[in-house]
Structures are given as C-alpha cells and as structure tokens.
Design a protein around this ligand. Structure first.
Ligand code: AMP
Length: 601
C-alpha cells in the first residue's frame, strides 16, 4: 500500500467525529489489505508500531524532530521553531515547509512497508550516536514525503497523531470488513483481542481463517491478557444483593496489579494493569515465582504490595512507589521496601487455559498451585452469605491495610472476563479519613515472634488502651514498625518482668500473641487513622456491637513512656473521641476507565 493512500484516509478521519463515519472510512481502508500491511496500518493508525505491551518507544523529542524537518526542507532550525510556535503543531509547519521544496522522487512514492520499516529503525536506534541516527532516518523519510505525508509522519513520531481511531472502533471495522459485521462476529474479534492484546495478530488470523478461526486464539506465555475490571457499588449490602446474597469476599490490596507469566523454562515476565512490562522493577518476584508454583507454565494475577518481612504486615502503598525511578540502587530498595504478591486469580495452569472456568474452580486451582512463600501468598478470602459476616470481613480487611474488599461472583458464568468491566467483580472501598494527628500511648499486653531478620526476637507487640469504667485493657493494634535494632534488643529485657505464661486477667483482645505480658510498659505510637475492627476490642460496642477500634498502619515513634503507668495510657473513651473527630470522605473516583459492560443476572 502506498503511504499517501493511508494519509488520505487520515485526512478524512480527522475531518469527522462521528463514530459511524469513522468506522466506514476504516472499513474501506482495511478491506483490501492483507498481512503484513494490514497489521502495520492498524498499528500506525493508533500511533504505535507494535502492541502496547511490547513497550516500544521511538525516543524522538521535539528538538530532534525539528532538526529533521529543518534538514529535509532546507530551513533554519530556529525558523522551524518560530513557525511551530505560531501554528501550534510541528506537523502543520512541516506540511507548509514541504509545499515549497521539491520532493526527491528518484525512489518513487513512499509505501506503508517502507515507512513502517524506517520508523522501526528509529525506535531501534539506541545508545551513543543514536540521536544523530534518528535524525537521519527521519530526514530520509521527509525528503520523499508529500506535504500531507510529512504532516502525519511528524505527528506520528512525536506521539501526537490524533486521528481518533480507538481500539473499539478498529474492532468494529475489522468485524465488518472481514466478518459479517454481526454482533457475534464483533464479540469474537473483541474476545480474541482481549486474550492476546495484539490487534495485528488478531487481524491476521481473521483474514486468513475467518471469524471461526478466532476461536483458536488463546493464552500464550509472554503475551498479556487484558485485565478483568470491577464495577462498584455504594454499599456492601448492594454489592451482596447484586451477587444474589452470596459471594466470595477478598481483601482489596492497595498496590500494583501484576499479571505474572511463568514459563516452563526461562525468565518470568510481569505485566502491569496497563500491560507494561514491570519485571525489572520487581526482580525478587521474578526469581521467587517459579518456586512458588507447583506446575509451570502458569499465568496468574495478583496485587503487589509492600510488606514488613519481619512481621508479614502490609505497609502503605506509597512505599512501593519509592521503587519507581530507582533502577540503580534497586538492590537497596528491595531490602528497604520488600513486596509481596497476593495472588487472586489464575488464567493458565500447567499449560492449560482455565480462564473460562467459574471463579470458585479457578480459586481452588490457584490454592492448589501456590506454595505460599514470604513473597507470594494467596489473597485472603471468605465466602459470605449475610451482611454481618461481610461487614466483619470488610473491617478486618481495612484494618490489615487493605483498601476495602472485592466482592466476587460465585455463579456459573463467573469466568475471567478479559478486558471487561462488569458486576462479576464489585469493589467496595472504605471511606477515607483525613489524617490522625495525635499520637496514642498504648500498653504492651503481648509480643509476637519475629521472622526473617528478626527471627529469634520479638518482631511485633500487641498494644492496648485502658478502659477505666470496666477496668480492663483493650487491644487496638499490633505494631512492628518503627523499632530500630537497639530498641528491639532492649525491649525484651525491659519486658521480662511482665511476661506471663497465660493471658493475664483484664485483657481484652481477639488476637493470641506468642507471649502474653502483664500491662506495664507504655509505648507511643502513631498511625494513619482509626478504623472499626472485628479483632481489636478498644471501645468495643460503642459504635457497633462486637466491633472495636483499631489503629491502621501503626508505627512506634521511638518513645517509651516511662513517665506513664499502664492506667495512665490513652483510654478507650479518648480513642473513641479521636475516632469520631476523624472526618470521613468518600473515595475518589478512579479516572480513565472504560464504560461499563454487562455483568451477571
Ligand atoms: P480499581 O483499581 O479501584 O478499579 O480496583 C480494581 C483493582 O483492585 C484491580 O485492578 C487490582 O489491581 C486491585 N485488587 C486488589 N485486590 C484484589 C483482589 N483480591 N481481587 C481483584 N483485584 C484486586
């Protein structure tokens, strides 16, 4: 195909905003095409060279493109910059400049194949001298380009090609051009795309084998599946009602979604929710995953969250973002900010696609497949049949550092719906509170054995507040963060005289520490907020029966309150006042989501 035929279609696409018209133009454009031109045209039209997950970047900055335009049109770079400033678009300026120069016509008109090949060379040019090489390749294309071609070439390399062709419109056009345009054909094209994330590949199979041939497209290691997405409901009650009264509730971990591709042999690859390759950010997961599954190849999904390896506790998500842009001292960051993958779904098991099995079957297979390690664990789940156990599980999830819960359908149709947002998964997030500025003085009533670096020592402590009315100590958190080595060594000595072989009277908690302590030592802690808890007992019953208050993300400030005796610690009524003083806010809507698709019922 000649490149000017493609850019003529772009001109027409640019001139309309009607989806139907765009589809008609696209159908006309792609119908005569066959691979490999077909794939090239589909990718180029979306401003890409390869599927998004391959992460190919052209690496062309404005200044570099300006240099190429100047060289190809015999203009001064400053002049190009000045004209671009007034036109607002280097593409338009390029077209205007090309009007006044003679094209190099010895090699004939540009073809799509040539343009695609040269642009690939631009992307591949890396390292020393690559800037010069990119300018030269681009200049080579521009000297042969007609004004319109030049305009779109420049916009393409700058990533500003705005012909408005979205994936969904391309899927429509493919179904019409190479299928019968029916709903079924459209669904088959979309499903093949959702499983392979590669439009060029899907189009090739469609042309060569027709709509029935698309059924042969399935999961492949190294080719990410477009993620299944969740709907939302304003209350747990509504979410549960959607599911018909019974559902699987899971912790909604607050981290990064990871799709792990674990081949039989060779390196594990990790993909983000946007299908970017993120393995290099998490080398410890890449090396651990092959040991964390019984069988390979496998594709599983989970949420990657920062944890404290010595206590196994989840840490705030911000910790993970510290990894970004720290490629050089990754080894140190790995140690400072360890992460754990909480696996929640399974798409390929021992080489067999299982994504279309109902969720309960996938979960059972996942549980069987996983060998839990420090860094790879199964997402916490509970099957609930009533609102009160759902509420209790939700509170437990939030207290453990989760954002809320995912409510998942257990019905027959609960297969993994790649690329679709529906009511098969419903997210229910907690309300956010605005900071807890006060510190809390808690009495140590128990201690937990440490793991990892803290093995053989206590790794975390159970803290309580004092309730003067009932004369008892009520737990409100387990704290393992904020202790330095010296403090970790000192505390057991100071606590020795309070140790108790069994639970001392007057201690209320839903947890069982490895070692009970009589109330004696008071620690100052801070946390993100106070939340309702089914495990802790502070101010129990004040808000709701059976429910106490807990401190989320507790951290020791480093201060032992030797000046305070246990009954002078923070009291339960004080904690309740702090809880009530927190201002509640609804969670922020998440931007950039695709519109809803159908769900159960
Ligand atoms: P949102 O990003 O708010 O639309 O919520 C959906 C996201 O929650 C998913 O893309 C996952 O990254 C994340 N998530 C955390 N825990 C789970 C879980 N147990 N099951 C499914 N998704 C989860």
């Amino acid at each position: 195909m000649r490149f000017d035929e493609l850019t003529a279609a772009y001109e027409r696409l640019e001139a309309t905003s009607k989806r139907l018209e765009m589809r008609a133009i696209l159908v006309e454009l792609v119908r005569p095409l066959r691979p490999p031109d077909l794939g090239r045209v589909l990718f180029l039209s979306q401003g890409m060279l390869r599927p998004e997950y391959e992460g190919i970047e052209l690496g062309v900055a404005d200044s570099l493109a300006r240099r190429a335009v100047a060289a190809a049109t015999g203009s001064d770079e400053a002049e190009v910059a000045r004209r671009t400033k007034s036109s607002g678009d280097l593409g338009t300026t390029t077209a205007a400049l090309l009007e006044n120069v003679r094209r190099l016509e010895t090699e004939g008109p540009l073809t799509v194949a040539e343009v695609y090949r040269e642009l690939t060379r631009v992307a591949e040019a890396k390292g020393p001298g690559s800037q010069e090489a990119k300018v030269q390749i681009l200049t080579g294309l521009l000297v042969r380009a007609a004004p319109v071609e030049g305009k779109f070439l420049v916009r393409f390399v700058l990533g500003t090609l705005r012909v408005g062709v979205r994936e969904m419109t391309i899927l429509d056009a493919l179904a019409e051009a190479f299928g019968d345009g029916s709903k079924a054909a459209r669904a088959a094209v979309e499903s093949a795309f959702n499983l392979s994330s590669d439009l060029g590949y899907v189009a090739g199979v469609l042309v060569e084998q027709g709509v029935p041939g698309l059924a042969s497209i399935t999961l492949e290691i190294g080719r990410p599946v477009r993620p299944m997405l969740a709907e939302r409901e304003p209350t747990l009650e509504a979410a549960l009602a959607r599911m018909g009264g019974t559902a699987a509730l899971e912790y909604k971990y607050d981290g990064l979604r990871v799709q792990a591709h674990i081949p039989k042999h060779g390196p594990v690859r990790l993909f983000s929710r946007r299908l970017e390759e993120i393995g290099p950010q998490f080398p410890e997961l890449v090396s651990e995953l092959p040991n964390a599954v019984r069988e390979r190849p496998a594709i599983l999904e989970g949420e990657c969250v920062p944890i404290d390896l010595t206590t196994g506790e989840i840490l705030p998500f911000q910790e993970v973002s510290r990894r970004r842009g720290r490629k050089h001292d990754l080894a140190r960051v790995q140690e400072e900010v360890p992460v754990c993958l909480f696996a929640f779904d399974l798409l390929l098991e021992d080489g067999r696609p299982v994504y279309d099995l109902p969720f309960p079957e996938r979960r059972a297979l996942l549980a069987r497949l996983l060998l839990s390690t420090d860094r790879v664990r199964l997402a916490e789940q509970r099957i609930v049949e009533d609102l009160s156990s759902a509420t209790q599980f939700f509170e437990q999830a939030v207290e453990a550092g989760g954002e809320g819960v995912m409510v998942k359908s257990l019905k027959e149709g609960s297969s993994y719906r790649a690329g679709a947002r529906g009511y098969w998964w419903i997210k229910y997030k907690r309300e956010y509170t605005v900071g807890l500025s006060d510190s809390i003085d808690g009495v140590i009533v128990g201690a937990f054995q440490g793991r990892g670096r803290r093995a053989g020592h206590y790794g975390a402590y159970l803290l309580a507040v004092y309730d003067p009315a009932r004369d008892r100590f009520e737990s409100f958190c387990k704290v393992g963060t904020g202790f330095d080595d010296a403090m970790l060594a000192e505390l057991p000595k100071r606590l020795a005289r309070f140790e108790s072989p069994e639970r001392p009277p007057g201690i209320e908690t839903g947890l069982t520490p490895d070692r009970w302590m009589r109330p004696g030592l008071v620690l100052e802690v801070r946390g993100a907020e106070l939340t309702l808890s089914p495990i802790h007992r502070a101010a129990q019953g004040a808000i709701r029966s059976e429910t106490g208050l807990a401190l989320r993300f507790p951290r020791f400030t480093g201060r032992i309150r030797d000046d305070k005796g246990p009954t002078e610690a923070t009291t339960s009524p004080e904690l309740l006042t702090l809880y009530r003083a927190q201002v509640r806010q609804a969670p922020k809507p998440v931007g950039g989501e695709r519109p809803g698709t159908a769900g159960p019922e």
